[in-house]
Design a protein around this ligand. Sequence first.
Ligand code: PGA
Length: 220
Amino acid sequence: MKRPLIVGNWKAHKDLIQAKSWTEEFSRLWPEEGVGAEVIITPAFIHLPLFKDFIAQKNLPWKLAAQDLSSYPSGAYTGQISAEMLSGLVDYVLLGHSERRNYFQESGGMLKKKVEQAVKFHLQPIYCVSEAKMLVPEGVEIVAYEPLFAIGSGQPDTPENASQVAEEIKKGRGVKVLYGGSVKPENAYSFLSQPNLDGLMVGGASLKAWEFWEIIKNVV
Ligand code: PGA
């Protein structure tokens, strides 16, 4: 039985108080015996130290991802967060999300540099694409297939089509493929039961601790 990856992407949501109360609620829901999935939480940068301390203090198996990192190394780059700064704080980093490509003009060339920075500092990139034919840089082992029409729309792709796209992405590459786009507790299992899908990327439904838990609970 595969152990799926379930990623909760908070995007630009929650202040410090809201983040703290999410961690408390989610830990109350979390069973002592653990779950059958690798759960990866992707809050904003400002929440990462809070999560890191909370996880250590409660001895939880939750993993952390950053939502982005700089294509530049550490140095005189005001406002940037480098891979080196994130190493030891997170295990994963989301790269190439369509919101970053569209609103922040992230190009293939820039994303290639970001992947290189991530790999150099032992952060595992979760590389997002909206179609199977999109380029995936060398060094990527986890790809998230997120069709544009499905993100935040309440209109997910069909599990069968998502599985077919995942199969295409996997051709000739040893990668895991996650599905993202309007994943909810009601549809999570239909994606996870597809042979080519190795997990889920959850946006809106990860913002409420109980709703994110409903998705994870379905796959335990
Ligand atoms: P959504 O977002 O679950 O709110 O559709 C998914 C994503 O953008 O990763």
